[in-house]
Design a protein around this ligand. Structure first.
Ligand code: NAD
Length: 441
């Protein structure tokens, strides 16, 4: 059992920041690199392989104009970082966020390399984004921004080269606009053969059943494995979620199906709590109507500080990176942190949680269900097949449980913490491949 920290006062004197602004967060790539170096040391990675993996292979910045609905032109900055493609085509999400920046993309791209290698999926790692707030734009503007950026990327993406997918601020419709633009510009001679240039598409346009809920579902498979190992019942336990978008909302619904009770949730606009439970289906309807969990009637508004101090069994960060610093790690009163978001935890917070006996299922394992089903979507497109829903979900479950078991075994046999165990499995696969292939020329 974790030790109980001091209760959180109404005025937020717990030391948990009211919000985490970009300037306060630090450089994500530098912070992520600390994690990578710790894992490189743990597996005694070859110095040449370290050098290769320390930096991404390609970093692309594109400034491009878009016509707004009122006729004005507006310049936007887009990124695509391709970290590594040793195991297969670059693969990674596309993010629309007003704080998107190159160092964030570099960290997120590297995490994708390690996530795919951990699962032994034949993809490398990439990440992209455009620096703007999608909430401030109409659907027509979003479509023009997406198409113009895809056009500017040109053959820097491709079905056997680099395959984007949805991430924060993007969705299946945006993926379909990307696919359609790519088909008409780069792949116009054989449109169907390039359908798999993006994954996470709508079903009608070549997406896979199960992709929408895949990341949340993969997370729940990990949580179920943890509960099984700990002899802990999910039925009747409590959980809190930060971020109620694709990952957070699906995870909440699936946990509720197992009898777990959501007692707190928050997003970009605010945090709410109800010790009696918040129905994630009804909350989802509210979020669809209003764009946020804030002001939901069947719960009371709380501050970010209070949210982090809520007593709960499981905490699921499913918003942005670097949300759990030292103060949050001290404030948490939970047994398990299951990282739905990429990179939510600072290295010092990891140490504090370990000391306090809080278990952590690390991001590259916990949120990997999305890339697993993206891989299935890519395979279905390549083979002109459509797998039924149950088939996709069964394959996802089998793969998540298999990888979870491999991490469990690596951690216990080699005395690694779970994050290091996840990296170790991925890094050793990458290293083996470099040793066999050598560096050209
Ligand atoms: P999303 O855009 O659907 O949802 C993001 C959620 O985070 C929203 O509820 C938003 O309001 C909230 N949020 C944004 N800023 C916040 C802030 N400052 N404080 C609190 N909440 C805030 O995005 P998503 O696809 O659900 O992705 C969430 C996380 O999961 C990201 O870290 C993403 O990289 C990661 N992830 C997503 C997938 C996927 O398949 N979508 C796969 C793997 C990892």
């Amino acid at each position: 059992m974790p030790s109980q920290p001091a209760p959180i006062s109404e005025s937020g004197t717990s030391g948990v920041p009211k919000e985490r602004a970009l300037k306060d967060r630090g450089n994500l790539f530098e912070i992520a690199s600390k994690q990578f170096e710790k894992a490189f040391d743990a597996v005694d990675l070859d110095p040449d392989v370290r050098e290769i993996l320390r930096q991404p292979k390609n970093e692309l910045i594109i400034n491009f104009p878009v016509r707004l609905d009122d006729g004005r032109y507006h310049m936007l900055k887009g990124y695509r970082v391709q970290h590594n493609n040793l195991m297969g085509p670059f693969k990674g999400g596309l993010r629309y966020h007003h704080e998107a920046n190159l160092d964030e993309m570099k960290a997120l791209a590297a995490w994708m390399t390690y996530k795919c290698a951990l699962h032994d999926i034949p993809f490398g790692g990439a990440k992209g984004g455009i620096k703007f707030n999608p909430r401030e734009h109409s659907q027509d503007e979003l479509q023009r921004i997406t198409r113009r950026f895809t056009h500017a990327l040109g053959s820097n993406i491709g079905p056997e080269w680099d395959i984007p997918a949805p991430d924060v601020g993007t969705n299946d419709r945006i993926m379909v606009w990307m696919m359609d633009t790519f088909m008409n510009v780069v792949g116009y001679l054989d449109k169907n053969a390039v359908r798999r240039v993006v994954t996470g598409k709508t079903i009608a346009s070549g997406g896979s059943y199960g992709r929408q809920e895949a990341t949340g579902m993969g997370l729940v498979h990990c949580i179920s494995e943890w509960a099984h190992d700990e002899n802990f019942s999910l039925d009747g336990c409590s959980f809190t979620v930060q971020g109620f978008g694709n990952v957070g909302s699906h995870c909440a619904r699936l946990l509720a199906k197992k009898g777990a009770v959501m007692v707190g949730v928050g997003d970009w606009k605010g945090y709410i709590a109800n010790p009696e439970g918040i129905n994630p289906h009804k909350l989802g309807e509210w979020v669809n109507e209003t764009g946020s969990v804030a002001d939901y009637r069947a719960a009371k508004a709380i501050s970010r500080e209070q949210f982090f101090g809520l007593e709960t069994d499981i905490f699921i960060p499913a918003a942005l990176e670097l949300e759990i610093g030292a103060a949050e790690a001290e404030a948490l009163r939970c047994k398990l942190v299951a990282e739905g978001a990429n990179g939510p935890t600072y290295p010092e917070a990891d140490d504090i949680m370990a000391k306090r006996g809080i278990h952590v299922i690390p991001d590259i394992l916990a949120n990997s269900g999305g890339v697993v089903v993206s891989y299935y979507e890519w395979l279905q497109n390549k083979r002109s097949e459509r797998w039924d829903h149950a088939d996709v979900l069964q394959r996802l479950e089998r793969r998540m449980r298999r990888t979870y078991a491999a991490v469990r075994q690596t951690a216990s046999q080699r005395g690694f913490d779970w994050r290091t165990a996840c990296y170790a499995l991925g890094l050793e696969r990458l290293q083996q491949c470099y040793i066999e292939r050598g560096i050209f020329p």
